[in-house]
Structures are given as structure tokens and as C-alpha cells.
Design a protein around this ligand. Structure first.
Ligand SMILES: C[S@@+](CC[C@H](N)C(=O)[O-])C[C@H]1O[C@@H](n2cnc3c(N)ncnc32)[C@H](O)[C@@H]1O
Length: 174
């Protein structure tokens, strides 16, 4: 499988131990979902994307994980994600969440999207909003807006991420 460097880097950053309940938003074709599921034992992943093409590709690519009950795939825009969706797929517990190259947090102010993440993540959960390096928009334009969106929704311990494969913000749901 051809795994983009940013995707491998982003999943490595999660530091999964195996038992986590993970939420990914905007996983696109599901390459990251495959890496995450391979790192899970008792844990589970809910992969949410607003694109039917993306959700179809994610489910097809990762069919064994879906059949094993390790992966649930949901077609939904983040702003419309309901806590009941997370209850159904992850038993209501989200320990870790990530987005990779999802531009909603800096193209718009994204208060609705950040509020949804705050609502569905469990207390203490860690959120990673990450972008691959080398894109058209530099980190110094993206990161302050992501920080503002997450901080405005109530996330704490915001930390900038800046490494050769990518950049972004790590935050904690209090
Ligand atoms: C640029 S692609 C990145 C895909 C993958 N994460 C990667 O890095 O290869 C962005 C993905 O996020 C999804 N997306 C963008 N905004 C979204 C939103 N507000 N809610 C849910 N999915 C969204 C798009 O449908 C697309 O699949």
C-alpha cells in the first residue's frame, strides 16, 4: 500500500497502545484508517468523512477491520456529527481524535466543528489537528487559526506541532 509520509507520521504521532477508542475526521480514502486499525487490539475506530466517495473507499479498503467490528465508517460532515453516532460506534468513549489535511479549521473560523469535537471527545482525550508539510499554505497562516478554533471551543493544553513531515496543533479535552 502506498502510504503518504504525512499519513504515516500523523498516525505515529497518536502513540496508540491498542485499546484506544479513536475518532478520525476527514480520512479520505482510508489509508490512515488501515494504519490505525492495525495498531488496535481491543480498541476501535470511527472514521467520519462527508464525502461518499471517501467513506466507500475507506470501507472497501478496510473491509476485514469492518467485519471484525474494529472499524465503523460514517458519512457525515463534522458539524453534523451527533454524540449518538459516537455512542453507537465507540460506546460513547473517545480517547484520541485526529484530522489530517482537513482545512475547515483554518479556512473558516469553524466554531461549530470545534464545538462538536469538544462535545463528543471524552474528558482527557487528545485531539491532533495535523497538516502535511509542503502544502500551498504555510504553517504560520494555519496554526494560529486552528489554535483559535480549538481554544475558543474549550480545548486546553494547546501545543504547536512542527516536524519535517508536517505541522498542526495538539490539544486536550478537559
Ligand atoms: C484533503 S483530504 C485529506 C484526506 C486524508 N486525511 C489525507 O491526508 O490523505 C480532506 C478530506 O476531509 C474531508 N472533509 C473535509 N471537510 C470535512 C468536514 N467538515 N467534515 C467531514 N469531512 C470533511 C473531505 O471529504 C476529504 O475526504
Amino acid at each position: 500500500m502506498n502510504v503518504p509520509e504525512r499519513v504515516r507520521w500523523a498516525v505515529d504521532r497518536l502513540g496508540l497502545c491498542g485499546g484506544e477508542h479513536v475518532l478520525e475526521v476527514g480520512g479520505g480514502p482510508g489509508v490512515s484508517a488501515g494504519l490505525i486499525c492495525a495498531a488496535l487490539t481491543t480498541g476501535r475506530l470511527l472514521a467520519v468523512d462527508r464525502s461518499p466517495t471517501a467513506t466507500r473507499a475507506t470501507a472497501e479498503r478496510n473491509a476485514p477491520h469492518v467485519e471484525a467490528g474494529r472499524l465503523a465508517v460514517l458519512g457525515r460532515a463534522l458539524a453534523d456529527l451527533d454524540p449518538a453516532d459516537v455512542t453507537g460506534a465507540l460506546g460513547g468513549r473517545v480517547d484520541v481524535a485526529l484530522t489530517v489535511d482537513v482545512n475547515v479549521f483554518w479556512v473558516d473560523d469553524a466554531p461549530a466543528e470545534a464545538a462538536v469535537l469538544h462535545r463528543v471527545l471524552s474528558p482527557g482525550a487528545v485531539l491532533h489537528v495535523l497538516y502535511g508539510a509542503g502544502g500551498p499554505t504555510p504553517a504560520d497562516r494555519v496554526v494560529p487559526r486552528v489554535r483559535a478554533a480549538l481554544g475558543g471551543a474549550g480545548f486546553v493544553d494547546l501545543a504547536d506541532v512542527a516536524e519535517p513531515p508536517g505541522f498542526g496543533v495538539r490539544a486536550r479535552r478537559p
